[in-house]
Design a protein around this ligand. Sequence first.
Ligand SMILES: [Cu+2]
Length: 134
Amino acid sequence: MSTTINPAPRRRRIALLLGVVGAASLLTAALPELTAAGAAAVTAAASPATVQIDNFAFLPATLTVNAGTPVTWKNEDDSPHRIGDKNGTFTSAALDTDDTFSHTFAAPGEYPYICTIHPYMVGKIIVKPVGKSS
Ligand SMILES: [Cu+2]
């Protein structure tokens, strides 16, 4: 009696794995239709609002987000960078390697920014009004 191992938990785990795979397949199947429905809207909603800093450049240089979206900059460069909005709306501390800075853009508009340490590094955040998908 005590030597019998109940195989039920193992079976349940396999079923769970199959369920996850099934859900992933469904998502993958649905994606092309979403992209066809409106590439701009899907990009704004689905892509993480992250700007990488690497090799003395912002990637992507221009990022479009919906109003209310927090944007995170991550310094993946070997040297420090400091993000500053040209209009003085937001300014980060000097970001060392792997440091991040986040700013939530509540108001629609265009926000050009630079690295205040290396002013030739330029980027722009375009904030779209929520609810205007077209
Ligand atoms: Cu810099």
